[in-house]
Design a protein around this ligand. Structure first.
Ligand code: ACO
Length: 432
């Protein structure tokens, strides 16, 4: 427990009164000032828009050092995991806290296969969405709908664990069905003969008239990209999952809210925006300078998508791996995508620009993933959905951790009210 490692005390002096607050240190030396008694003792609240300085919990899942570009899940470096693991091993690691043995991985793969189908009645939901419905909108609704198909979810550990397995397995099927709906093709069912990522690719790209030939390079790339997204400590969507879960809402409802949070263009939606931005640059003759100038203009709200990060103030380690995966996939498929050239030119231009250097803005994970997904055949509106499939084990692990934390409370920030002070009620007839 964090509070067992008190390393110092901070004094707060207000007028002639002094208040002392403990400082704790985590295992990677990050220090946290414990202000839990602040309001009760001083009447003050903290003011921290965007929670930039606020630690909402202690966590043993993911460590990231934004200055040095380090990312580890349960202590393991992201590069090791992405190079050596299948996605389901990483899902197991995040949720169970350790890597599975061979037998455990086999059992987990079997379990995921057993739960991969959707209730037949759910198919009607997919069919009735309008053409062009975004897969993220469909997925968040489908995930919350699971709580009505499987209402037995309760406090018992086995039921929570079953709900987690169901979600990880079924989200692939949901993603594939929403894609099939958008292109007007029949749904392809999951197969127990295929691995997790093989099934995802097959359900998306196979059709009753054409088998999909699984390419091991693409299957590995899919595993790697999902691993890169699997957790990222207390980001916006994870904080939403924890916040919703803190109310006692079930796992499905909490994850559905996380999917909605992830859809925003400043978060998971950025991978789609990156592609649209690169397409726009291509349409204007490949001029990256113009985009960079727009991004720097204080009077233009435009931002270079796929650049910058709240926490990373150096090269995002996930972006490095994503770039390597991208060039590997394009090479294997023999694709010469002009968008990759534009992306690399844009990266080079931005990394040498004083504006980006000063603000420590580097490519983030979203910068290269879209080009890879596109080469694999995914349409742009599926990119954020793939991010959500990857992030799901992280959300689940964080949700469990929150529920097992004795210090956990319902999330309820305060505010500094700046509206009108008391007004006299004016009857409607007298209002002008
Ligand atoms: N392009 C141009 N300028 C930028 C960018 C960018 N992509 N990102 C940040 N800046 C500038 C800001 O304008 C600001 O400049 P100022 O100091 O002159 O006002 C400065 O850098 C700091 O930016 P903040 O918005 O304070 O940084 P914050 O940590 O709040 O935002 C965020 C992080 C939202 C990711 C931001 O960098 C951004 O909008 N990036 C583009 C969207 C994107 O790629 N999102 C994906 C993030 S990764 C993920 O969710 C998986």
């Amino acid at each position: 427990m964090l509070e067992n490692n008190k390393v110092a005390t901070a004094d707060l002096v207000i007028g002639d009164k002094k208040f002392s607050y403990p400082i704790y240190e985590g295992t990677e030396k990050e220090r946290a000032l414990d202000i839990r008694k602040l309001r009760a003792e001083t009447g003050l609240i903290t003011y921290d828009p965007g929670f930039v300085n606020t630690g909402s919990c202690e966590s043993a899942i993911t460590f990231l050092d934004g200055e040095q570009g380090i990312l580890r899940y349960r202590g393991y470096d992201i590069l090791d995991l992405a190079e050596n693991c299948e996605f389901i091993e990483v899902a197991y690691l995040l949720i169970q806290g350790r890597l599975p043995t061979k037998a455990e991985r086999q059992r987990y793969a079997r379990l995921l296969n057993q739960h991969s189908m959707l209730h037949e009645d759910m198919q009607g939901f997919f069919r009735n969405y309008p053409e062009g419905a975004h897969p993220m909108a469909i997925a968040s609704a489908m995930v919350v709908s699971l709580s009505s198909f499987y209402p037995e979810i309760a406090d018992r550990e086995e039921e929570k664990s079953l709900a987690a397995t169901r979600l990880i397995s079924k989200i692939r099927t949901m993603a594939a069905f929403s894609y099939k709906k958008s292109v007007g093709e029949p749904f392809v069912y999951p197969s127990s003969k295929l691995t997790y990522c093989e099934n995802l690719l097959n359900m998306v790209f196979a059709s009753p008239v054409a088998d999909y030939k699984l390419d091991p390079v693409l299957v590995k790339a899919m595993n790697q990209l999902l691993i890169l997204h699997a957790d990222h400590e207390q980001n916006a969507s994870t904080s939403v999952v924890r916040m919703v879960g803190s109310t006692g809402a079930n796992l499905y409802a909490s994850i559905s809210a996380g999917i909605s949070a992830l859809s925003g263009p400043l978060h998971g939606g950025a991978n789609q925006e990156v592609m649209e931005m690169l397409e726009e640059i291509r349409a204007h003759g490949g001029d990256v300078d113009k985009m960079v100038e727009r991004a720097k203009d204080p009077n233009d709200s435009f931002r270079l998508f796929g650049f910058g990060h709240r926490v990373y103030k150096s090269y995002d380690p996930r972006a490095k791996i994503a770039k390597k995966v991208c060039t590997g996939v394009l090479e294997k498929l023999g694709i010469n995508d002009p968008l990759l050239d534009i992306a690399m030119k844009l990266e080079e231009r931005a990394l040498n620009d004083e504006y980006f250097i000063k603000r420590k803005l580097y490519p983030n994970v979203d910068f290269y993933t879209g080009i890879t997904y596109r080469a694999m055949g995914f349409p742009t509106n599926m990119f954020t959905m793939l991010f959500a499939i990857g992030r799901l084990p992280g959300w689940i692990a964080q949700w469990y951790e929150m529920h097992n934390d004795p210090n956990q409370k319902i999330g309820r920030p305060r505010q500094a009210y700046c509206g009108p002070t008391q007004l006299r009620y004016v009857p409607i007839e007298q209002r002008t």
